[in-house]
Design a protein around this ligand. Structure first.
Ligand code: ATP
Length: 563
């Protein structure tokens, strides 16, 4: 019997078709595509430059691009480097210069004269926080800012809220607004129960579905979705793919996906655009797949010795009967879990099942981490009851990378250098600290060691990116995949007793993932005196294989541990 939440979040193809009929019904105020026979996209043959870069002297971002998308085709852009895939989406969003110029008719023959008013772009490959400003990772648990109180429903219609108006990326055209469509999509995307909760409390997967919903209710003609499945659990992936397929089949809207080279390609995708080394190979799926296979080397983990999964190793964390509830809403229920030194854990569970909440307890960021006390419950970290530890002391003993930390990490221009960012991992803070000379030397050695292991040597295919250039680059100026890698180095640099890695692979292409997995499997990466928890929905992203890893699963807030 499927669980209630699963039933609520699943939908059948038939009901999707009803929805699609609504999306494409004649009562819709506008037709989806202004010219029904013309291609969606047409770039005859061109080089692509940044605006301001001289054509004669600069290297194009993408060269010799030749790409046509017909209305009955379904395309995915597959990127070996997320920076390069991002460049393709920049091109489609009109942020790059096309040479020779496509002329007044532009590159979207089937879209209206100003195509960008009918195109929506949602990316999960890149962070979407607009400024480099710091925000509080724990805001979700305390609703510290006024805007954190806005419900999901309110943020869907920002024009109803004065101070959200100016921040809305997707502006809703009232002419196109269709409440029946909104209601249908809310049900099909399993968001009904969440509509009146503050937007900030939504889990990652819930937030991602909400962002796609927001784009769809603006009724774009063309929907660009970069890595839409990132962070979605297996059930929600299938649901989302079915929905996108049905919408695409009716051109309501036409959907173009962005995928990483290691991602599975949906069956209904007919054509691929493979971006690699500044070139874009376009064509039928099978032809391009054979090229892709050559690029993607097998990433099967090597045999590993020394990792324990038996009930040995001193406890790093002990949880007995730990609970988290918001009023009547119970999110974690009687959690019993001993996390031990030397053990590697794979934590999984459907979207909204409680994984992030559990991690927020472990980092001490969740206010209810204080309230877990005997006799009702026990919660100790590093041998001390949590309520007797200062949160900063907890932070200084945990190496961590999560989507929330990735978004929150300061990026105000010009920002810290890569070396400085990695160095902040020793203390777990966000800024470098003053130290005595011996400690500076020790830390410098360790930072150099990790830069050798996970810097450009490990993932730059050209071999021409000096580690020192990378180390002194400004963190905010790096492409997203490299920023993730730097924050992974920050999480591992201090050899902390507990390492928490939540969805660290999103936005990372296969070369980065291979390098990171290899390092995590080595003694230099994480030692026998450390416990590591990896959170991912995808088995292939777990660095360890059966026998090396303890499987931990949360279902609706109930945790089970399989040693
Ligand atoms: N302050 C809050 N009030 C009410 N519900 C909350 C609050 N904070 C979190 N929740 C709910 O708790 C549940 C667990 O959220 P959590 O982020 O831990 O899920 P998750 O397993 O990490 O999901 P995902 O895989 O999508 O990241 C969600 O349904 C979320 O909406």
């Amino acid at each position: 019997m499927p669980r209630r939440a699963e039933r609520a979040e699943s939908f059948c193809f038939r009901s999707t078709m009803l929805l699609v009929r609504r999306l494409s019904s004649p009562s819709s105020s506008r037709r989806w595509l202004s010219n029904s026979a013309a291609p969606i996209l047409s770039i005859p043959r061109a080089d692509i430059f940044r605006f301001g870069a001289a054509t004669s002297r600069s290297t194009p971002v993408l060269h010799s691009v030749e790409w046509t998308i017909q209305q009955d085709e379904a395309w995915a852009v597959v990127g070996a480097g997320s920076g390069e895939k991002a460049a393709v989406f920049e091109l489609l969003n009109g942020h790059l210069r096309i040479y020779p110029s496509p002329g007044p008719e532009g590159i979207f023959p089937a879209l209206p004269a100003d195509p960008y008013t009918s195109l929506a772009f949602v990316s999960f490959a890149n962070r979407h926080t607009p400024s480099g400003a710091f925000y509080d990772v724990s805001a979700r648990y305390g609703a510290v800012r006024d805007e954190d109180r806005y419900t999901l429903r309110q943020t869907m219609f920002p024009e109803t809220i004065q101070d959200l108006k100016s921040r809305s990326r997707v502006t809703l055209d009232h002419d196109r607004l269709d409440m029946a469509l909104f209601d249908d999509l809310v049900d099909k995307m399993g968001l009904r129960d969440l509509l009146d909760l503050p937007r900030v409390v939504l889990s990652n997967g819930q937030t991602r579905r909400a962002r796609i919903l927001k784009a769809l209710i603006s009724k774009p003609r063309l929907l660009l979705l970069d890595e839409p499945l990132t962070g979605l659990d297996v059930g929600n992936r299938a649901t989302m793919l079915d929905l996108l397929h049905s919408l695409h089949a009716q051109n309501a809207p036409h959907v173009l996906l962005g995928l990483r080279t290691q991602d599975a390609i949906p069956d209904w995708v007919t054509h691929l655009a493979l971006v690699d080394g500044g070139t874009l190979q376009t064509g039928k799926k099978d032809e391009i797949l054979s090229l892709k296979d050559k690029m993607q080397k097998a990433a099967t983990p090597e045999a590993l010795s020394g990792v324990e999964t038996k009930k040995q190793g001193d406890p790093v964390v002990e949880m007995k009967n730990v609970n988290v509830a918001y009023g009547p809403r119970k999110v974690l229920k009687d959690i019993n879990w001993t996390i031990r030194k030397g053990h590697r854990y794979h934590l999984r569970g459907a979207n909204g099942s409680g994984k992030t909440t559990l991690l927020a307890l472990l980092t001490g960021d969740h206010p209810q981490s204080y309230t877990q006390r005997p006799p009702a419950s026990t919660f100790s970290l590093f041998g001390t009851p949590r309520h007797k530890l200062a949160t900063t002391s907890v932070h200084s003993r945990i190496g961590i990378l999560t989507p929330e930390l990735f978004d929150a990490f300061p990026r105000r221009s010009p920002g810290m250098t890569v070396r400085e960012v990695i160095g902040t991992g020793f203390e777990g803070g966000y800024v470098p600290v003053g130290l005595d000379e011996a400690e500076v030397q020790r830390r410098t050695r360790r930072v150099n060691e990790i830069l050798d292991a996970l810097g450009p040597n490990a993932w730059d295919p050209t071999g021409s990116y000096p580690t020192e250039t990378f180390a002194s680059a400004r963190f905010p100026s790096l492409p997203i995949a490299q920023q993730r890698m730097v924050l992974l180095m920050r999480a591992l640099v201090g050899h902390h007793p507990l390492v928490l890695l939540d969805e660290v692979w999103s936005g990372m292409d296969s070369a980065f993932v291979r390098a990171a997995r290899r390092y995590l499997r080595s003694e230099e990466g994480v030692g026998k005196d450390q416990a590591v928890i990896v959170v991912t929905h995808l088995e292939e992203e777990v660095p360890w294989v059966d026998g090396e890893v303890v499987r931990v699963e949360i279902r609706d807030g109930v945790l089970s541990v399989r040693e």
